[in-house]
Write a protein that binds this ligand. Structure first.
Ligand SMILES: [Mn+2]
Length: 352
């Protein structure tokens, strides 16, 4: 894999060797890739004698808890639970790794502390349009890797401490990288590249237990989630333009006892229907609707997310947010909004 510029690797080596205190930050509502790449970074850095801590804007979903051993838990600070401790740690860090996001705003309220920090900042990410000016060193690969975990894998393999041998990674790092790649590709279904399979092959050869991972990632859901999924499939609407959508309100989330992360993957299911070209899933939070958009090849989820949902991301997988009540007041209004703007979107695209 030669996506990595060797001069960037040399610079990274210098940054790591002069770093005394490193913080690794990831995006809000951390998913498998954010948590996995974060754990991989800190366990690797600790294995070479560095003081490294992972800072999460929010708690990780319970379903990913199997990646967080007691040792690792002691090196994680959750901003949402301990904002002062998180900010203090950012302020006393001389080096900050920013992973799986392209812009500090993606880290929510802790973004300000990150932006204002005088630390050396290294971006490692696979989202479009990184805010490169905010970083000392940028590794950004939106088109050539599946995930931040995959990109971080190449970076770690290029460092002298591993010399390209995955067996030299700490076991926790190898497992976390495999987990991050597996969740971001939805188990090799989306955005896989030749290198993705090579990485998987090398990590399995290095001892990663893929069966254990798949068991934890895909066969370990609570019954409530599957019951809610049934409701989602029943209530989902499909418009004449081939847009499948569903808006999940807080009342339903409460009724089913759904936790953060438990609706992960719902948005992908409608794409298995032949006539569906795009799928939109909105989930009501305290002050906003969180929006997930997926599309089939030829339709840009990214442009739709940018134009109508204050978001963006990848070409076929994007997200956004709509504030309550300034932009949308309730689930009914959200449903009407989706119908209206997607119709406009497909009419526009048809005229291009
Ligand atoms: Mn990712």
């Amino acid at each position: 894999m030669n996506i990595l510029d060797t001069s960037n690797i040399d610079r990274l080596q210098d940054i790591i060797s002069s770093a005394a205190r490193i913080s690794v930050a990831v995006h809000i509502h951390p998913d498998g890739d954010a948590l996995g790449s974060g754990i991989a970074a800190i366990t690797f850095l600790q294995s070479i004698g560095k003081d490294a801590v992972l800072i999460l804007p929010h708690m990780y979903p319970e379903s990913l808890g199997f990646l967080v051993t007691d040792d690792i838990a002691g090196s994680i600070i959750v901003y949402e639970n301990e904002p002062e401790r998180a900010v203090a740690r950012i302020n006393e860090s001389d080096t900050v790794f920013c992973q799986d996001f392209n812009d500090f705003s993606r880290t929510g309220d802790m973004g300000q502390a990150l932006a204002e920090s005088g630390a050396v900042k290294v971006l490692i990410d696979h989202h479009l349009y990184p805010d490169t000016e905010s970083f000392t060193l940028t590794f950004s690969e939106p088109d050539t890797v599946s995930s931040t975990s995959e990109l971080l894998y190449y970076i770690l393999m290029a460092l002298p401490q591993t010399g390209g041998d995955a067996k030299k990674l700490p076991a926790a790092a190898a497992t976390a990288l495999m987990a991050g790649m597996t969740t971001d590709t939805n188990n090799f279904a989306n955005s896989t590249h030749p290198g993705t399979f090579r990485m998987a092959s090398e990590l399995i050869a290095a001892g990663v237990d893929r069966d254990m991972l798949l068991g934890n990632l895909f066969n370990n859901f609570r019954e409530n989630r599957i019951r809610l999924m049934a409701k989602f499939l029943k209530d989902m609407k499909i418009t004449e333009d081939g847009v499948a959508y569903m808006v999940l309100d807080r009342k339903t989330i409460k009724k089913y006892g759904i936790q953060d992360g438990e609706t992960e993957g719902f948005v992908n299911i409608p794409l298995t229907i032949n006539k569906v070209r795009m799928s939109i899933f909105m989930r009501q939070d305290k002050d906003r609707f969180r929006v997930s958009i997926r599309s089939k090849r030829g339709v840009s989820a990214n442009i739709c997310a940018k134009r109508y949902f204050n978001g963006g991301g990848h070409e076929l997988a994007s997200g956004g947010r709509m504030m309550i009540p300034s932009e949308l007041r309730n689930a009914g209004e959200a449903a009407r909004y989706i119908e209206k703007v997607t119709h406009e979107y497909f009419n526009d695209t048809a005229n291009d």
